[in-house]
Write a protein that binds this ligand. Structure first.
Ligand SMILES: NC(=O)c1ccc[n+]([C@@H]2O[C@H](COP(=O)([O-])OP(=O)(O)OC[C@H]3O[C@@H](n4cnc5c(N)ncnc54)[C@H](O)[C@@H]3O)[C@@H](O)[C@H]2O)c1
Length: 356
């Protein structure tokens, strides 16, 4: 049955969570700012319809706190944009598994209490969607949350690069459970990957043959510290590079990803783009650009759209991966397409002109 509120639970009270929660409160206060979203309204839903009802983390400084306080624990570097009143949502300890990389273990102390029964909490709070926003490379932990969503019979949004929506076995499990799975690897609203693909698209449309390109960034966020572990860094890079390769026709030299952690940058991400190609008569075409953004709000801008689109899917009794939502908001969706088509798919889906 349709209702106005979208009840959401979140695993991982890090910078994405801080951006999302502040974003929702911010849009309640500054209605006019909703024009900065790509979809001020999705169906009848606005950002203010999203209500966070449960949260999970493992950090001793976040667990047992009210979510409104936990998002501002200093290890989270997303700046405070707005006062967040007490939410009445306690952060519970989730399953740790492989959540913390070697580097994260040096700065995060795991809460020494029993892990909560997440399925029971999801059911009790009436959550309809579980968002997974835990560190890159936490494969087993992401799968534990995906299974919890299935067991609680609610939909799952996977912000992490772990393959869930794009993995046929997991996709089938969600389909059989009659709930939606959306992912994988959230694409920031004005992030490096989307802009990189945009530059390449324009050049391609104008007849330039791309030869080599890189987009390398540095940041001071926790997620960047996490990806100092080589296997986690490579994991994220592979996804970004595949996503870029898919947007050009010919095989090219590509490097894309985070190159270093600079604590003093905090939540800022500074990306350097280099593109080299050949235009008419072999004329060299070079682009060399620097982009500076903040990770938390950048993630929230996409996520607020994705949550509301997922609620539409829930209202329509959708199940398994919803390809339009995945292609619109994620770097590694089950079905990839170019940015324009992804936006068109989402609009058609929202308007009921597309079945998934
Ligand atoms: N713009 C963006 O920030 C952006 C864009 C695309 C994808 N993502 C993805 O979103 C995810 C979250 O990013 P972030 O910047 O918020 O990370 P973060 O490091 O700021 O926060 C991660 C949080 O997860 C917690 N955690 C670790 N293991 C856990 C477990 N087992 N259960 C519950 N909580 C656990 C950590 O304590 C931390 O609070 C990452 O996988 C990242 O790749 C982020």
């Amino acid at each position: 049955m349709e209702n106005d509120t979208i009840k959401v639970a979140i695993a991982g009270v890090g910078n994405v969570a801080s951006g999302l929660i502040q974003g929702i409160v911010y849009l309640k206060e500054y209605e006019e700012e909703k024009e900065n979203l790509l979809h001020p309204k999705i169906g009848s839903y606005e950002a203010k319809n999203i209500q966070i009802v449960a949260a999970f983390d493992v950090d001793s400084n976040k667990v047992n706190k009210d979510l409104s306080d936990a998002i501002f624990v200093p290890i989270n570097s997303t700046p405070q944009f707005i006062q967040v009143e007490q939410l009445g949502v306690e952060v519970f300890k989730g399953p740790l598994k492989d959540g913390l990389s070697e580097h994260l273990r040096q700065v995060i102390q795991v809460a020494e209490i029993e892990e909560a029964n997440i399925v029971e909490i999801l059911r009790k709070t009436g959550a309809e969607i579980l968002i997974c926003a835990i560190p890159t490379g936490a494969e087993e932990a992401v799968k534990a949350y995906a299974q919890a969503a299935i067991d609680a019979e609610i939909s799952f949004i996977n912000c992490t690069p772990t393959r869930i929506a794009s993995d046929p076995t997991w996709a089938r499990k969600f389909k059989q459970a009659n709930v939606c799975v959306i992912g994988d690897d959230l694409q920031s609203l004005s992030g490096g990957t989307v802009l990189h693909k945009g530059f390449l698209d324009v050049l391609k449309e104008q007849g330039v043959k791309i030869k080599d390109t890189y987009q390398l960034d540095v940041s001071g966020g926790l997620e960047t510290l996490n990806t100092l572990d080589d296997d986690r860094k490579q994991y994220k890079r592979n996804i970004k590079e595949r996503s870029i390769q898919e947007s050009v026709i010919n095989e090219i030299n590509i490097a894309s990803g985070t190159s270093d952690y600079l604590e003093f940058l905090g939540n800022r991400r500074i990306g350097h783009f280099w593109i080299f190609g050949e235009g008419f008569m072999g004329m060299p075409v070079k682009i060399d650009i620097r982009l500076e953004t903040l990770d938390g709000p950048n993630a929230a801008g996409t996520l607020i759209d994705v949550i509301r689109a997922t609620k539409i899917a829930i209202n329509r009794a959708g199940n398994g991966p919803i390809s339009s939502i995945c292609a619109y908001g994620f770097k590694a969706p089950p079905v990839t397409t170019d940015r324009h088509t992804a936006h068109q798919w989402l609009n058609e889906y929202i308007e009921g002109r597309r079945i998934e």
